[in-house]
Structures are given as structure tokens and as C-alpha cells.
Design a protein around this ligand. Structure first.
Ligand SMILES: Cc1cc2nc3c(=O)[nH]c(=O)nc-3n(C[C@H](O)[C@H](O)[C@H](O)COP(=O)(O)OP(=O)(O)OC[C@H]3O[C@@H](n4cnc5c(N)ncnc54)[C@H](O)[C@@H]3O)c2cc1C
Length: 402
């Protein structure tokens, strides 16, 4: 195998650690802005194995990621959603055309990485970054690929190393997630399902998926991602046990085949308000940049990566890599995305305290468009507050939204 590391420069402007969506967004934008950038990914194949339901909304794809939804990475157009209350009452959101897509992450993530490479970033798989140490206003990092290793010096590190991020912690930021702030996810990719269609489905209930929900995201030809996210202290069993119970209870799933098993945590407790330090910017799951109501984080990570690159470029112009200067990234995130995500978190905190009876009652009042508004953190929150005011027991909760 070629010696991947020896060809690398000894010094760069930005080293991006992790080439998931956050890393690719950062590396691409850095390259576009003329920065010398390397993006390293410790896994042998970017995007694999996936830990993801692979669904992305139109807003996410075209605005936050900013790409045309065209290419071999799209496996299914999504024309709407069906949300099920605990008693089976359903709320439908129906669109004429695609309002989202289910992608094949291992193709999609590689596509995003190749866009970064095309823009001029140097991308290297099967290469792990470790041993971060600050020296003379720069950071020295050890890159390891198999038996090879190389020391690289970078002015700025963009930590895009996912939910288990060690880079930020090693460089001085506490990224710890408290137990209730982590959604434990397990997913089967299933084949041989009778009807998959073009709607994504969500199932709620304190016995079905406490503190979270179950999803069925179709991938065409009878294939779908069937997964669950749950949280402590609500959950009484493991995520896998809840998922198995659900699969066994569904006629369309119980005889289907499992062709892939995935698991992973989603940091849904709200993003880090302090995601920078000297020479360091943290993006994506590593900074808990996730929509706290549905756990989607691909577009959030990509957008955060882009904002991080823009801040890095400004820092290079100013020759200032201090925490004080890089703080403008926190502000940009907060202005462009954070304010909305905070609203969404507030909504989730209200919903998660509701009993199944309350949820069944609420489902009678809601329409599909309301759910879309909730997931986007729009004016729907006030509407929800007004509905909750109708039930004396929920007035206290309603006040949190009004
Ligand atoms: C079960 C489940 C279902 C989900 N479903 C959806 C969904 O349907 N839609 C959606 O939008 N989001 C979904 N998400 C969330 C989504 O997967 C993440 O938010 C997204 O991948 C975050 O991107 P990222 O770039 O921040 O991190 P990641 O995609 O996790 O990428 C981080 C990368 O860093 C690499 N890395 C770590 N340490 C190092 C190191 N030291 N050196 C080099 N490389 C390193 C890792 O190998 C990894 O590839 C789901 C998550 C889970 C767990």
C-alpha cells in the first residue's frame, strides 16, 4: 500500500479530524477559502459502517448542506410522514413532490468527502489523529495510519470527530453528555418488507420508545431502516429489546430479514455554547449540533463545519487563533441555527413529560403541518402551548411554551 502520510505537508492551516458530514463541510469550505487543509478519517471507509437512519429533509439538504439532491447516494424520495400516537392515532403530512430523501450514507459521506477533495482539501482515510499538544501558538498532532505515523503542525484544529469526541476533551473542552442527554439508538436495516412506500413513519409512546421514538425510513424495493432512540431515565429495557418487541408486533416487519444492524448515541441535550478554545473549533455531533426533537444531525454538522471554516479563514487573516477570536464561531452558530434549536429543545422537554394519555389527547388536535413546524422550531410552539392550555393538568407545561 502507498505510504499515505509521507506525502503530506508538515504544516497546514487547518487539520480537520473526522470526515463525517461535519468534517467534509469544514474541509470543503476551508479549501474554497484558499486554506491549506487536511481532513483525516480513522475508519478505512468514509461513511461506513453507518450509524444513521439516513433521512434528510429538503431544508437540510438544499439549505444547510447546500447540494442538489441528485446522485447515486439518493435511494428514496420522501413524500411525507406519518406520526403515530401511542394509541395508534395517526397524523399525516402529505406532499406532492419530495420533501426529503433517504440516502445511502456510505455513498453519501464519500460523496461529501470527494467534494472537499475536489475543492482542494487533502482527504485521507484510515488515518487517526491523536496526541494534540499546543506549542508556540500552533498545535502538533500525530497522524497514524497502520504502522506509519507522522507529526503535522496546524494553526487550527476543527474537531469533527463525532459523538464520542476525544479531540475537544484532549484540548480542554468538556463535551460530556449527561445520561438523559444521550439518546441510545439501535437500528435494523430490513429487507423483504411488504409495503415500504415513500412516507417516513414515526411511532411514539412511553411503552414503545420511552424518551424517544421508533422510525421506519423506506429505502425502496422492500428495504427500510427500522430503528429506535430511547433515553434514560424513562427507558426500562434496552433499546434493542424495545426494537425487537416492536418488530415482532408489526405484521409487515416480523417476517422481514435483517441485513444490517447499527447502533449509536445521539447527543440531544442541546449544543455546546462554548465550542471553541485556543486553536480549536468543535463541530457536529462532537459539539452536540443535533436537532433535539428528532435527533437528525447530518445537515447541522455540515453547516457547523462550514461556519467553522469561515471563522478559521478570518482567524488566519487576523493571525489570531485565540479562543477570544474564535468565539465568533459560537455567535455565528447561535445566530444562524442555535436560537431555533433552543426552541426545539424546549418543545421536546415539554413533550417528554407527557403521559401516553396526554399524547393521545394531543394527537386529536394536531395536523401534519403543526408537526413540521414543531420540528423546525417555528411558530408552532405557541400553537402547542395554546392547545395544552385547554387541559387544566397541562397548563403548567403550556406556560413553558407561551
Ligand atoms: C441510530 C442513529 C440514527 C440516526 N439517524 C439520522 C437521520 O436519519 N438523519 C440525520 O440527519 N441524522 C441521523 N443521525 C445523526 C447523524 O448520524 C449524526 O448527527 C451525523 O453523522 C453527525 O456528523 P459528524 O460529522 O458530526 O459526525 P460523524 O458522522 O460521527 O463523523 C465523525 C467521524 O470522525 C471519525 N473520527 C473520530 N475520531 C477520530 C480521530 N481521532 N481521527 C480521525 N477520525 C476520527 C469517526 O470515525 C467518524 O467517521 C442518527 C444517529 C444515530 C446514532
Amino acid at each position: 500500500m502507498i505510504d499515505m502520510l509521507s506525502n503530506l505537508p508538515d504544516e497546514v492551516d487547518v487539520l480537520v479530524v473526522g470526515m463525517g458530514p461535519g468534517g467534509s463541510g469544514a474541509a470543503k469550505r476551508c479549501a474554497e477559502l484558499g486554506l491549506r487543509v487536511i481532513g483525516v478519517e480513522k475508519r478505512a471507509e468514509i461513511g461506513a459502517p453507518k450509524r444513521c437512519g439516513e433521512a434528510i429533509s429538503r431544508h437540510g439538504m438544499t439549505e444547510r448542506i447546500g447540494i442538489e439532491p441528485k446522485g447515486p447516494w439518493i435511494v428514496q424520495e420522501v413524500h411525507g410522514a406519518i406520526v403515530y400516537a401511542p394509541n395508534g392515532t395517526s397524523i399525516k403530512v402529505d406532499y406532492d413532490g419530495p420533501e426529503g430523501w433517504v440516502v445511502e450514507r456510505k455513498v453519501f459521506d464519500k460523496h461529501l468527502a470527494s467534494l472537499a477533495a475536489e475543492a482542494g482539501a487533502r482527504v485521507i482515510a484510515k488515518t487517526e489523529a491523536s496526541g494534540f499538544r499546543r506549542e508556540n501558538g500552533r498545535v502538533k498532532v500525530t497522524l497514524k495510519s497502520g504502522n506509519e505515523s507522522k507529526e503535522v503542525t496546524s494553526k487550527i484544529i476543527i474537531a469533527a470527530d463525532g459523538v464520542e469526541s476525544k479531540v475537544a476533551r484532549e484540548m480542554g473542552i468538556n463535551t460530556f453528555n449527561k445520561l438523559p442527554d444521550i439518546c441510545a439508538g439501535v437500528q435494523y436495516e430490513m429487507a423483504g418488507i411488504k409495503h415500504t412506500g415513500n412516507m417516513i413513519e414515526f411511532f411514539f409512546g412511553n411503552d414503545t420508545a420511552p424518551g424517544g421514538y421508533i422510525w421506519i425510513f423506506p429505502k425502496g424495493r422492500g428495504v427500510a431502516n427500522v430503528g429506535i432512540g430511547i433515553r434514560k431515565p424513562w427507558a426500562k429495557k434496552t433499546a434493542l429489546e424495545y426494537l425487537d418487541d416492536f418488530v415482532q408486533s408489526r405484521p409487515e416487519l416480523k417476517d422481514a430479514s435483517i441485513i444490517e444492524v447499527n447502533s449509536g448515541g445521539v447527543p440531544v441535550g442541546g449544543f455546546l455554547t462554548d465550542a471553541v478554545d485556543d486553536n480549536l473549533i468543535v463541530v457536529g455531533d462532537a459539539a452536540h449540533h443535533v436537532n433535539p426533537i428528532h435527533g437528525g444531525g447530518i445537515p447541522e454538522a455540515y453547516m457547523a463545519g462550514r461556519l467553522a471554516a469561515e471563522t478559521a479563514s478570518e482567524a488566519l487573516k487576523a493571525r489570531d487563533f485565540s479562543k477570544g477570536f474564535l468565539k465568533r464561531y459560537d455567535k455565528a452558530w447561535n445566530d444562524q441555527r442555535g436560537t431555533r434549536l433552543k426552541k426545539i429543545l424546549k418543545l421536546r422537554e415539554v413533550i417528554e413529560t407527557m403521559s401516553d394519555d396526554d399524547l393521545n389527547w394531543l394527537a386529536e388536535y394536531l395536523k401534519g403541518d403543526d408537526l413540521v413546524e414543531f420540528s423546525r422550531g417555528g411558530s408552532g410552539l405557541v400553537k402547542l402551548g395554546k392547545i395544552l392550555m385547554k387541559k387544566p393538568r397541562l397548563i403548567k407545561l403550556a406556560r413553558k411554551l407561551l
